[in-house]
Design a protein. Structure first.
Length: 360
């Protein structure tokens, strides 16, 4: 009977070393879990950055062949998964359309740039006393995609110059920078037109990326048009990339940020500062902004932000029930009325003075 307290004390004191051993084992397991988790997290971050780098490269480098990836809002199931893992495939934009499809007197011009880039353009001349509308296409398109718009401008009494950005159509190179280097193309074409084409007024027309390139060229102080017509312009590079993820109904963070980071790194510019909403503050000439109400890639709100940031005379036209498409095809009457007004406005504002300042 007297041994029971001692037996109880022994029972309660014996497990102490076992408890310490258990604590040590738990600490080791926790450390292993932390190390493995950190390694897995690091591997996931590396993989995510590799995928983002490859995605950015695919979006900004055209391939020589292959089927083009469908629009992000039309992807589903396995096709969506494949794009998220392998990226898009965008063949180099080209067309078999001839300049005569725009006008029988339309001819080809080749415009060189200091960095060796060569641009191809179609020129339809209605006389030096007519305004020259210079047309710049959107992302992964070519000048032939603007044939209908060009015909309408001709019918309104203007001359037209349709331009292939670098990487597209008849121009050299096989890449795009979503409006950054393309702004240099805008400036090169403007210098050529001022020196060689001799028109009383110049109006720049741009769709999506073309509109962005125009605004950036104006911000850089390299061009001074009499008016601009801007369709479907996005407000920031980051937002337009986010919109592509939203169109596929997948989260954009942090993939959108990484795409902008690596895309800019590949072409030596800060993608987070490639923002048309900032460029628009330098706009001084009359401006016509046009936007589709249901645009999933450059939303109506984003287009409004750019419009609000612009200075000078400006007009905003919204086309209802319209996505990221050429507005003239679906809303021909309203579109024609809007562009006719801004052409008339440049006539009322007088000659910009290019003829007087151009070399003989």
């Amino acid at each position: 009977m007297n041994d029971k307290p001692n037996q109880l004390l022994l029972a309660t004191s014996l497990p102490a070393p076992c408890q310490r051993s258990g604590v040590l084992r738990m600490k080791k397991r926790t450390k292993r879990v932390i190390v493995v988790s950190v390694c897995l997290l690091g591997a996931a971050l590396v993989l995510l950055n590799v995928l983002a780098y490859n995605h950015a490269y695919a979006m900004m480098h055209f391939t020589p062949q292959g089927a083009r990836t469908r629009e992000p809002e039309r992807l589903a199931g396995l096709a969506k998964f494949k794009v998220l893992i392998a990226g898009v495939n965008i063949p180099r934009p080209k067309s078999d359309v001839q300049p005569s499809a725009v006008d029988p007197n339309c001819r080809v011009l080749l415009i060189g740039e200091p960095d060796g880039v060569r641009l191809e353009a179609w020129y339809c001349d209605r006389g030096s006393n007519t305004p020259l509308v210079i047309l710049f296409h959107g992302y992964s398109a070519a000048k032939s995609s603007l044939s209908d718009e060009a015909k309408t401008f001709l019918a309104l009494g203007a001359s037209v110059l349709l331009v292939d950005f670098r990487g597209s159509g008849g121009s050299s190179e096989s890449y795009t920078t979503i409006g950054v280097r393309e702004s240099e193309d805008v400036a090169a074409v403007a210098r050529y037109a001022q020196k060689h084409l001799q028109h009383s007024r110049m109006i720049y027309f741009g769709q999506s990326m073309g509109a962005v390139a125009i605004l950036r060229a104006i911000r850089e102080g390299e061009v001074s048009p009499d008016a601009v017509i801007l369709e479907a312009v996005f407000d920031t590079m980051l937002n337009t990339v986010r919109n592509r993820f939203a169109s596929m109904r997948v989260p954009s963070f942090p993939s959108a940020q990484l795409l902008v980071l690596w895309g800019g790194w590949q072409w030596h510019f800060n993608g987070f500062r490639h923002n048309p909403v900032d460029y628009a503050a330098h706009l001084r000439c009359p401006a016509l902004f046009m936007h589709g109400s249901d645009d999933p890639r450059a939303t109506l709100e984003e287009g409004r932000r750019v419009f609000d940031a612009a200075s000078g005379e400006k007009t905003f036209v919204t086309f209802q029930n319209t996505a990221h498409h050429a507005y003239m095809v679906v809303h021909r009457v309203e579109w024609t009325e809007a562009v006719a007004k801004i052409i008339k406005k440049t006539e009322n504002n007088g000659v910009h003075g290019r003829l007087a300042s151009s070399p003989p």
